[in-house]
Design a protein around this ligand. Structure first.
Ligand code: AHR
Length: 617
């Protein structure tokens, strides 16, 4: 078989934004995941489904003979609820699993408390009270209302440690927090380091956030409002996580404790984007709740506040420190602008009621925030009545939106059948942002696998995206994160537990595609339809990059012919058996290897493999 590359014929500039990530707080990906906070219900704001105040003690477990009750504070004050404690109470952590400690690791604890008492603060190492081993201990003399801090250094390692507070007299506690000192980039209120490093290692060009259906919420109360997520963390109002009420795939479990503390808020998202070198792509609520549920809408003539929120977000990100919202950013520690360029108006919305609302945002934002690129939703799928309606709307609105956000949760076969989907897309329509996609090996969520078969089909599909990246300008897999044993959605790109993290085969496809994006697309052809190709050259033309995905069960011998003569070559190969998966025990079962190869002549493209050749002059 021959592969012929005409790298001198530069077709178009490959979109520098082609490979990004999509972060949503689903599967405990935010609170209990990426966000470094280790205490669940740190401000006693979680509540049971009946909304009773006595449920505000969720995730706190008092020992016997302890007096522990939650009480209402000032309804509009910073801390709406508090806990009154005399005795010992333990925070059970996210999903009841506590948190992991390594020997010698330091944690920073703080609490807002009132009273007059001695408070022992401990990290304890076992769930059974009789076995409770103290791994670290410090003391706070509570003397009137104030904020109290201490650091704790663990003596030994433990996968499920818990924080315990023990007081000799009555104390009222309204806010607590425990962070590992060693967060990603050492940020205060920062991200869990190992998870953040996994995301950063994808070298994403952008990050879409904060969702997903989380943006929409299920009701007007839990719709996402970015303004609730900034300012001092202890003043941010906890909100129910929309995924709390979804089916939950854990034996006998429920996600009743799934809330958004908003400690990971818009400031932190922007900062994280900056830290990992990704452009921020926030998605804002367009005045609609999740259409998979009630799909409530804000009346068109009441959208003003929502539009103001969007315009204020641009000012928060980009405005001078002297502007109203720019000042809030500066006050939080970032006087320089964040350089926001894109905003998604609504998440996965469809139907006339969406486009009516989008148009209000577009009209206003074009005027108030010129230069910001607007992303319009193309709905939840690839075809059908709703997709056609979206496409018809785009045809009448070629100028307004920068890109249309398409979502594909489809079978692996759909991905391999749709490699040429964009070959014939009308280039005068808004550009394409594939804002959510993943190959689903089954329609039943628990049966879906994060296997090589799915990842290979995504790789093949991405060659089609790259070959059309004059128009398909951004792509990101979804969802990004999932906590082992506690998830609502599968497949996901990165899995973690208290002290481990691993990438699925799809993760490594994302990584090697993102690491090997050239600047200009080049023409490449194979005479075997089982091989899917994308070729590009670097800006200075010193390297030719060829992506070859063999979706068949047979090895294929190829002869690669290029315009130029190359001095050296290396190939990144990802290959596995279709059913292979990574896991905590075997995180690198499907893992890329980089091998030298001979630039001219024959190459074997293994069955079920992705190969990225880099030919160097
Ligand atoms: O990625 C999971 C969900 O899929 C997102 O929240 C939503 O946008 C889509 O339906």
């Amino acid at each position: 078989m021959r592969i012929r590359i005409n790298e001198k014929q530069r077709l178009f500039a490959v979109s520098p934004m082609l490979y990004g990530v999509f972060f949503e707080d689903i599967n405990y990906g935010g609170d209990g995941g990426l966000y470094g906070e280790l205490l669940a219900n740190r401000a006693f704001e979680y509540y049971g489904s009946d909304g009773l105040t006595d449920k505000h003690g969720m995730c706190w477990e008092p020992s016997c003979q302890t007096e522990f009750r939650t009480v209402c504070g000032e309804p509009d004050g910073a801390q709406r609820y508090s806990a009154v404690l005399r005795g010992t109470v333990r925070n059970t952590g996210f999903c009841g699993e506590g948190f992991a400690v390594r020997a010698g690791e330091t944690f920073d604890f703080r609490m807002t408390a009132d009273g007059s008492a001695d408070a022992a603060v401990r990290i304890v190492g076992a769930s059974d009270a009789s076995l409770r081993a103290v791994l670290a201990e410090g003391h706070i003399a509570v003397n009137g209302r104030g904020e109290y801090t201490l650091s704790l250094t663990a003596s030994v390692e433990c996968k499920n440690a818990y924080l315990e507070i023990c007081t000799d007299k009555e104390v009222t506690i309204s806010f607590t927090s425990l962070f590992p000192r060693d967060t990603y980039m050492g940020r205060k209120n920062g991200m869990r380091k190992d998870i953040a490093e996994m995301i950063a290692a994808l070298k994403p060009a952008f990050m879409r956030f904060p969702g997903g259906c989380v943006v929409e919420g299920r009701s007007f109360e839990d719709m996402y409002r970015w303004k609730d997520t900034i300012g001092p963390v202890e003043r941010r109002r906890t909100n129910r996580n929309r995924w709390q009420m979804d089916e939950y795939y854990q034996a006998g479990g429920s996600a009743a404790d799934y809330f958004q503390s908003y400690g990971l808020g818009f400031y932190e998202y922007f900062l994280f984007c900056e830290d990992i070198g990704a452009k921020p792509v926030p998605v804002i609520n367009c005045g609609m709740t999740c259409q998979w549920h009630e799909g409530l809408t804000v009346e068109l003539d009441e959208l003003g506040r929502w539009v103001d929120d969007a315009a204020d977000l641009v000012e928060f990100a980009n405005g001078p420190a002297t502007s109203e919202w720019g000042a809030k950013r500066a006050e939080m520690g970032h006087p320089e602008p964040f350089g926001l360029e894109y905003i998604g108006i609504g998440n996965e919305q469809w139907g006339r009621e969406y486009f009516e609302r989008y148009e209000v945002f577009e009209r206003e934002l074009k005027r108030r925030c010129p230069g910001i690129k607007l992303i319009v939703s193309a709905g939840w799928t690839d075809s059908g009545e709703e997709f056609e309606l979206a496409m018809d709307w785009m045809k009448n609105n070629r100028e307004g939106a920068y890109a249309a956000d398409e979502h594909f949760y489809k079978s692996p076969e759909w991905f391999t059948d749709n490699i040429s989907r964009y070959d014939s897309y009308d280039r005068s329509l808004p550009k394409v942002f594939i804002g959510e996609y993943a190959a689903h090996t089954d329609t039943d969520i628990p049966k879906r696998r994060c296997n090589w078969y799915a990842a290979l089909s995504e790789a093949a599909f991405l060659t089609g995206a790259e070959n059309n990246s004059d128009h398909v300008v951004m792509t990101c897999y979804a969802p990004l994160l999932a906590r082992e044993g506690h998830w609502q959605w599968k497949p996901d790109l990165i899995w973690f537990d208290n002290d481990g993290v691993y990438g699925t085969p799809s993760y490594y496809v994302q990584q090697i595609f993102a690491w090997n994006r050239g600047d200009h697309a080049a023409a490449a052809k194979s005479d075997d339809p089982r091989i899917k190709l994308a070729a590009s050259v670097t800006e200075d033309g010193s390297e030719l990059i060829l992506k070859a995905v063999n979706i068949s069960s047979e090895d294929i011998e190829t002869e690669i012919e290029a315009d130029e003569v190359y001095a050296s070559c290396e190939v990144t190969e990802l290959r596995a058996e279709p059913e292979d998966e990574n896991s905590m025990a075997e995180p690198h079962k499907v893992f890329p290897s980089v091998l030298p190869c001979v630039p001219g002549g024959r190459h074997r493209i293994a069955a079920y493999s992705v190969n990225i050749f880099r030919f160097k002059k």
